[in-house]
Design a binder for this molecule. Structure first.
Ligand SMILES: Nc1ncnc2c1ncn2[C@@H]1O[C@H](COP(=O)(O)OP(=O)(O)O)[C@@H](O)[C@H]1O
Ligand SMILES: [Mg+2]
Length: 351
């Protein structure tokens, strides 16, 4: 009789500070442990909030490089030229504003690890430079001809399928293969709902402590709702949800009512209307969602379609900006008063 290999296998047990003991995460822990001791590049794949950065840190902390720097660069946050100088540094006079020499993040991470988040946002020009660092461990600072040698381990993350981008021509295939030596795929939270109770407990402890609260019980209905929700923002969104509940709780229980409405109502994965839809499927969808009776005339059709979509978009942006209205308004491209009015109109102002 064979025993599932997962049981008794210490390599699949959770890493410090990382929650989740299902099979999917077990594989992640195992690969993380296996790869940590080497100098191989690692490519972390998975939706936003699934724990890619946490795993990148774990690899560094388990490696010989742990006493040296771990340097994180978000490639999606800077324009091409700023990112190039951020990563590789520049010499004085390299471009307008380059008044001093500056060492880049690759040099800063010498003997340590560099974590390139959102590597999918790099341009083809930068990808050439990255490929060379990966292969030859050398590069030039912007505006310089002299090569710099570095010993930096590269961990990259992407929330897009790089092979698909390679096929579209926006990501170099050779760089993809070079990065993909060891891929680690972080599954979305909705595919490992068995980990939700443990994660909730973990975050309850964290936020109880931070806020001097004592929310010790969890309503089974709350757990059920959380296990049925699709969590587009994954663990990060769950974390925010628990923090909010702890802050808002009146008693010592995380009740169903403390959950954001999106979690309570368990909306389906996609906003209505985000897919290309023909008119018939759109009306069918409205009927299906109880927003229109079958056979009913199409009066007010525009507002019936637009309003639920608008409500959902606003609600999701409010969640992703932790309810900070000024940020949400900026992201939505509307002013704060308009947002305020719309929150009221959609009954989202109490959240
Ligand atoms: N398995 C996990 N256990 C505990 N916390 C987690 C886990 N996965 C993610 N988190 C937390 O969720 C948030 C988002 O994780 P992060 O690693 O930044 O995700 P990503 O880089 O994939 O966007 C962080 O606060 C992180 O600590
Ligand atoms: Mg991240």
């Amino acid at each position: 009789m064979s025993i599932p290999s997962q049981i008794n296998d210490p390599t699949t047990s959770p890493l410090p500070g990382i929650i989740g003991s299902g099979t999917a995460m077990g594989e992640v822990y195992q690969t993380t442990r296996q790869v940590a001791g080497s100098n191989a590049s690692v490519l972390l794949l998975g939706e936003t909030g699934t724990g890619k950065e946490l795993i990148a840190h774990a690899i560094h902390d388990l490696s010989q490089r742990r006493e040296r720097p771990f340097v994180r660069v978000n490639c999606g946050a800077l324009s091409e030229s700023l990112l190039e100088s951020e990563l590789f540094g520049h010499v004085r006079g390299a471009f307008t504003g380059a008044i001093d020499n500056r060492t880049g993040r690759f040099e800063e991470a010498h003997k340590g690890t560099i974590y390139l988040d959102e590597i999918n946002s790099t341009t083809l020009h930068l990808q050439v430079k990255l490929l060379r660092v990966l292969q030859e461990h050398e590069f030039e600072r912007v505006g310089d001809t002299k090569s710099v040698q570095v010993d930096t381990r590269v961990i990259a993350a992407s929330n897009r399928d790089l092979l698909e981008l390679a096929e579209e021509g926006s990501f170099r295939e050779d760089l993809y293969y070079r990065l993909n030596v060891v891929p680690i795929y972080l599954p979305p939270l909705r595919e490992r709902t068995e980990d939700i109770p443990q994660l909730v407990t973990h975050f309850l402890n964290l936020y109880n402590e931070q806020n001097d609260r004592y929310v010790a019980h969890i309503d089974p209905r709350a757990i059920e709702a959380m296990q049925n929700y699709h969590w587009p923002g994954n663990v990060r969104e769950l974390q925010n949800c628990v923090e909010r509940a702890v802050v808002m709780a009146r008693g010592d229980e995380l009740t169903f009512e403390l959950l954001p409405s999106a979690v309570r109502t368990g909306r389906p994965p996609r906003a209505l209307g985000t897919r290309a839809m023909d008119f018939q499927s759109l009306t069918d969808e409205l009927v299906h969602r109880g927003l229109k009776d079958a056979g009913e005339a199409d009066e007010d059709l525009l507002s019936r379609i637009v309003e639920p979509v608008e409500r959902q978009v606003i609600s999701e942006v409010m969640t992703s900006t932790d309810g900070v209205q000024i940020k949400a308004a900026a992201r939505l491209g509307i002013n704060r008063n308009t947002l305020h009015k719309k929150l009221k109109q959609h009954g989202l102002d109490g959240e």
